[in-house]
Design a protein around this ligand. Structure first.
Ligand code: HSE
Length: 299
């Protein structure tokens, strides 16, 4: 039997829409065993009652995608998902399933594909690379899609900071959160984000955390998504006042991610309190960046 442990991710990191993401030490676990026939999927933890356990499950779909490419057909599969990452909250839960499914299927098929190829497959399935890249590789990953649709990436060390993730008690699908984005943005807004992405990568690399508040500013997606996450603007403002170094919508939301050197409890409690003032129940988790990415074990 093989088991993968795949980290949650927080994508965008403010201005890095679809290109930046960071892995967190919060995990989904997937186990798989080849059998003589049939498909059996067991789900434990979050989403156990709502996720499908037939061939329409994302983990099966993903493994099937890779088996097709590898021309490998197991007779049957026993799959177990142990879900600890909240679903549809902007913490990369679907990316963990895609990355975990690809890594497991690749392992069963005799490892015909490299990690770089797996990253390209994962981004094709997910539609953008910013969650799947750090889920696979760990750390902070900057991804670029070339005109030939190939991904070029660079992993940099994650900052030595804590993250506070404020998780509202409602789901927001990435599809819905992308539908509110404009087809075009102004030249000024594009320049605004480019400048902050450049500075953010440099701030992480030089550990110049005083720059982070400016680096997390964004004009490409967050303001368009505000109505989907009641209280978001105020949560961000008050958490900053409480000492968060930087704070932004996590991925497509609705979770909010703050980077902190200290005060993580105050920042977490503020996020929960301000969401509550807007009628939104929320909880918070303190997580550290994960530096390894997916880990596969042969049990
Ligand atoms: N970059 C994507 C978005 C992340 O913001 O839509 C989705 O998880």
């Amino acid at each position: 039997m093989y088991r993968v442990k795949v980290p949650a991710t927080t994508a965008n990191l403010g201005p890095g829409f679809d290109i930046l993401g960071m892995a967190l030490d919060l995990y989904n676990i997937i186990e798989v065993k080849e059998t003589d026939r049939g498909l059996n999927i067991d789900i434990e933890g979050l989403g156990a009652k709502e996720l499908p356990t037939d061939k329409s499950n994302l983990v099966y779909q993903t493994m099937d995608y890779l088996f097709d490419k590898a021309d490998y057909r197991p007779a049957g599969l026993d799959i177990k998902l142990i879900n600890q990452i909240p679903i549809a909250r902007g913490l990369g839960s679907s990316a963990t399933i895609i990355v975990g499914g690809l890594v497991l299927a690749n392992t069963l098929a005799g490892t015909p594909f490299s990690n770089d190829q797996l990253l390209n497959f994962a981004a094709e399935i997910e539609g953008h690379p910013d969650n799947v890249a750090p889920a696979l590789l760990g750390g902070v990953v900057i991804s670029v899609i070339t005109d030939q649709e190939e991904i070029i990436y660079k992993k940099i060390k994650a900052p030595e900071l804590k993250t506070v993730v404020g998780i509202p008690d409602f789901k927001l699908s990435t599809t819905e959160a992308r539908e509110v984005l404009p087809a075009q943005v102004t030249f000024n807004d594009a320049v605004f984000n480019c400048s902050r992405v450049g500075l953010l990568v440099s701030a992480f690399m030089t550990e110049d955390y005083d720059l982070l508040a400016t680096c997390f500013e964004d004009r490409l997606h967050q303001s368009y998504r505000q109505d989907l996450v009641p209280g978001m603007g105020e949560v961000i403002k008050e958490a900053k006042d409480d000492g968060a170094l930087a704070i932004a919508l996590s991925g497509a939301g609705p979770s909010i991610v703050a980077l902190t050197l200290e005060n993580e409890v105050e920042v977490g409690e503020t996020i929960v309190r301000v969401f509550a003032q807007h009628g939104i129940k929320a909880n918070y988790k303190v997580a550290e960046p994960n530096s390894t990415g997916v880990i596969v074990e042969n049990l």
